[in-house]
Design a binder for this molecule. Structure first.
Ligand code: NAD
Ligand code: TDX
Length: 354
């Protein structure tokens, strides 16, 4: 990437994008944050950027080519980092069309706007430009009891969400091969940490537990995910942006594989310690097994040796330290949880409409 430190970040009012905005500001970048503010995007996530003149928020969709192109004209960014997406697997089961619209159709539009606009850059600036697409390990499908996803693992998406992300990864790749757009792709495992919308497993369990509500565990609870603290993911993305080889994809993982039931029980144990129930009953008694997610992938596990060996990134946080910080963050930010869910989400089960 060039010396210019102005970037466009899309989806920067969401969970990972919001954390990435803070990460960039702490690392002396200027950021144009383009976000549609869907149910998952909230200005409350960005309150601590208020007095920072290096953060410019623009409400809009990545598929609005006039808007995106005007941002290129005004700011001539050195890179785009694309987080904007529909991100929740359960919602993709209930309504796949929105996932195709944002994750495929509008990502294509973003690529087209970028391709068109960087033609006006000097040839050096064109070479230095980066389009970094943030993707997921779910594009690789499901593992059995052993093995790890590598960058060579064939794509085998199983949910409409994963299929839409796989499609966008393929489109991004094709823009390098067809048009010479300098692209990068990261495929990361499950993130957790501050500002995660409470539809996802970890914040949902924390909030339900605090209200004494059932803790829903899908199926037998033995599905495995690899967990990465969000700040480590942000550092990985910046590393790839600054040092990644054009056209390469990099897997990013926390090397922390756990079954869902182990994750839920860990949260229960920590809550027993820091915020015991008035009744003194252990939180684990709230665990309730519910119908499985349709098409529920059994296991994800990531081989991150490429990003470690080539670019020197490793996660700083252990799950033990990261989950404690996350739990404390939710305890301290119940008002944020209330604000972002107030009109649009009540923690009822999603993803069962077959
Ligand atoms: P999120 O749902 O919390 O945030 C998505 C953001 O994108 C929201 O702020 C939303 O308003 C915005 N957005 C949605 N459609 C848009 C559009 N058409 N134009 C502009 N903005 C739009 O998602 P997240 O969990 O922060 O995930 C961010 C990205 O990282 C996604 O691309 C996701 O696939 C990927 N990812 C997520 C995880 C994870 O564990 N959450 C893991 C790996 C990869
Ligand atoms: O209430 C629940 N009970 C439960 O058992 C919820 C919400 C989830 N689960 C299970 C399903 C999964 O096996 O927990 C696991 C994690 O579920 P989610 O938090 O919905 O995440 P997941 O489906 O694994 O996808 C996440 O990680 C990869 C993100 O949502 C994606 O955007 C990312 O690409």
């Amino acid at each position: 990437m060039s010396q210019s430190k102005t970037l466009i970040v899309t989806g920067g009012a969401g969970f990972i994008g919001g954390n990435f905005i803070y990460h960039l500001l702490n690392n002396h970048y200027k950021v144009i944050n383009l976000d549609a503010l869907t149910y998952a995007g909230h200005m409350e996530t960005l309150l601590n950027t208020n007095d920072n003149d290096k953060h410019i928020f623009v409400k809009g969709r990545i598929g609005d080519s006039d808007l995106v192109e005007s941002l290129f004209d005004e700011y001539q960014p050195a890179a785009i980092v694309n987080f904007a997406a529909e991100s929740h697997v359960d919602r993709s089961i209930d309504g796949p069309a929105e996932f195709i619209q944002t994750n495929v159709v509008e990502t294509l539009s973003l690529l087209e706007s970028t391709r068109k606009k960087i033609k006006n850059y000097s040839s050096q600036a064109q070479q230095d430009f980066r389009f970094l697409h943030v993707s997921t390990d779910e594009v690789y499908g499901s593992l059995g009891d052993t093995g790890l996803f590598t960058e060579e693992t064939p794509y085998a998406p199983n949910s409409p969400y994963a299929a839409s992300k796989a499609s966008s990864d393929h489109l991004v790749r094709s823009y390098l091969h067809t048009y010479g757009l300098p692209v990068l792709i990261t495929n990361c495992s499950n993130n957790y940490g501050p500002y995660q919308f409470p539809e996802k497993l970890i914040p949902l369990i924390i909030l339900n537990a605090l209200e004494g509500k059932p803790l829903p565990v899908y199926g037998n609870g033995l599905n495995v995910r690899d967990w990465l603290y969000v700040e480590d993911h942000c550092a990985a993305i910046r590393t790839v942006l600054e040092k990644g080889r054009v056209g390469e994809k990099y897997n990013v993982g926390g090397n922390y594989e756990k079954t869902n039931i182990e994750i839920v029980k860990t949260i229960c144990r920590l809550l027993d310690e820091v915020k015991p129930q008035a009744s003194k009953e252990p939180y684990e008694k709230l665990i309730t097994y519910v119908d499985d997610r349709p098409g529920h992938d059994l296991r994800y596990a990531i081989d991150s040796s490429k990003i470690k060996n080539e670019l020197g990134w490793t996660p700083a946080e252990t799950f033990e330290s990261g989950i404690r910080k996350t739990l404390q963050w939710y305890l301290d930010n119940l008002e944020w949880c209330r604000q972002v869910t107030d009109k649009n989400y009540n923690r009822n089960r999603l993803g069962t409409s077959l």
